[in-house]
Design a protein around this ligand. Structure first.
Ligand code: PHE
Length: 463
């Protein structure tokens, strides 16, 4: 078998935090929070992270480190002899498939961030053209331009493959160690600069004052906690398999949850301070509660801020860094599986899997207006239109929650408690929250997730 890599202590934390922090934090969380009227949505999300996300995070890290294997063989090894036996390997398989599909369209959005970085750089150097095309139109024609979509998607895939093929230490750890501190720094600078924005107090009030919350909002908050923590598809199992036995999994797991949450809240503060600086009457027309706010309204707002021409490109650079440290973890799930299970060399695995994902991403990239047929393809009904929409709907509403549900059931009911406990205590010492963790995995997480799936079957989409 090809040699497996391993992470250094800080390297692991940064890589896992890098996986968790991504477009989910900076693009998706602010817009779904805005669409759900802040306050209570944020509170439910925080509770979901604590009661469902954190225990599943512990479970995934423990499954990975115990077996030192990637998702499929890890479930196969630990499931052997227990209820379900080898069928549990399928859970890993669902994860690998989820990562494959998720990466194919995630790289398309990640590509946009690179494009907007370039755009803002040009605006900053040449001056923002207020008379130029309106940003919504600019974005629309960018989406409809197939060659740009594919080019930026492929650029992003190339960066991802290039990192993963260099290996766990030389590639993943080195890149995340370099990018994550820069990301934190840019984030802090931007939050500090938002203190002076007239919208800042209102942004804080919006985020932390309880409001009405709809059942859909509840579901969306719980579903997003999986997406944002990279759970339910084997990413944390795979990264866990590279962690040394001296490192504490509960402490690392909590730190990952904490930093992910802090960054998501910081992203909201930054964005909402800008949004709430616009007078209320104008806001309703300027900011549709849409997914594309990051690309259609924000760039121009930056240029109205002090130091905007520095902040704008810096911000999109930050978003692309965040996306890259997530895409490498998505690719690694499938690459590690091929290495572990078929004995392929890492380079070959990274290139072949990467090409497969990139190929699948092409129809997704062309389904945003470039190709009429691909854009209107809706086999699952009108709530998921176009290849991109179908992929996102399937992964967010099905793969991740089902993966998370099965992982919780596996860790709570199948995995021997002695094994689970000893893995969590290895490198940590007595883990006082073990019983609570197990209780959450056995009852709370499955019930909550089944409830989400029930709602999805009932026709709600929270993609
Ligand atoms: N957590 C990442 C984000 O918030 C997305 C992701 C999901 C990455 C699953 C890896 C695995 O953007």
């Amino acid at each position: 078998m090809a040699e497996r890599g391993s992470f250094g202590r800080l390297g692991f934390i940064l890589a896992a935090v890098g996986s968790a922090i991504g477009l989910g934090n900076i693009w998706k969380f602010p817009y779904i929070t805005y669409a759900n009227d802040g306050g209570s949505f944020v509170l439910v999300y925080l509770i979901a992270i604590l009661l469902i996300g954190a225990p599943i995070m512990f479970a995934e890290l423990a499954i990975g480190r115990r077996t030192q294997l990637s998702a499929v063989p890890a479930f196969l090894t630990l499931g052997k002899g227990g209820p379900g036996g080898r069928v549990w390997g399928l859970v890993g398989g669902v994860g690998v498939a989820a990562g494959f599909v998720l990466l194919s369209y995630y790289a398309v959005i990640a590509g946009w961030t690179v494009y907007y970085f370039g755009r803002c750089l040009a605006w900053s150097l040449r001056g923002y053209d207020l008379e130029g095309p309106e940003l919504g139109q600019l974005f629309g024609s960018f989406l409809a331009d197939g060659s740009s979509q594919v080019t930026f998607q492929l650029i992003f895939m190339a960066l991802t493959v290039g990192t993963v093929l260099l290996g766990v230490k030389q590639g993943i750890e080195r890149v995340t160690r370099t990018l994550m501190p820069v990301l934190f720094l840019i984030m802090v600078i931007m939050v500090i600069s938002s203190f002076w924005s007239p919208g800042f107090p209102e942004a804080i009030r919006f985020l932390f004052t309880p409001t009405e919350i709809t059942p859909d909002g509840l579901l969306e908050a719980v579903g997003h906690s999986f997406f944002t923590l990279s759970l339910g598809m084997g990413a944390m199992i795979t990264y866990g398999s590279y962690v040394s036995k001296q490192q504490s999994l509960p402490r690392s797991g909590l730190l990952i949850c904490l930093l992910d949450t802090v960054i998501a809240l910081m992203a909201c503060v930054i964005m909402f301070s800008i949004i709430f600086s616009v007078p209320e009457a104008e806001r309703a027309t300027t900011f549709s509660k849409s997914a594309t706010i990051l690309f259609t309204t924000l760039p121009r707002m930056f240029y109205e801020l002090p130091f905007g021409s520095i902040l704008a490109p810096l911000f999109y650079l930050l978003v692309s860094f965040a996306a890259l440290t997530s895409t490498i973890s998505l690719l690694e799930v499938a690459v590690a599986y091929v290495i572990d299970s078929f004995g392929w060399a890492r380079r070959k695995a990274a290139v072949v899997v990467g090409l497969g994902v990139a190929a699948l991403g092409v129809p997704a990239a062309l389904s945003l207006g470039a190709s009429q047929a691909l854009s209107s393809w809706a086999p699952l009904g009108p709530h998921a239109a176009g290849v991109f929409g179908v992929f996102d709907y399937t992964v967010s509403n099905w793969f991740l929650p089902v993966g998370g549900l099965l992982t919780a059931i596996f860790a709570g009911w199948v995995l021997k408690p002695e094994i689970f406990r000893s893995e969590l205590e290895e490198g940590h010492g007595p883990f006082r929250l073990f019983l609570l963790t197990r209780l959450l995995l056995r009852f709370v997480a499955p019930v909550a997730i089944l409830w989400i799936l029930w709602a999805v079957i009932g026709g709600r989409s929270f993609a």
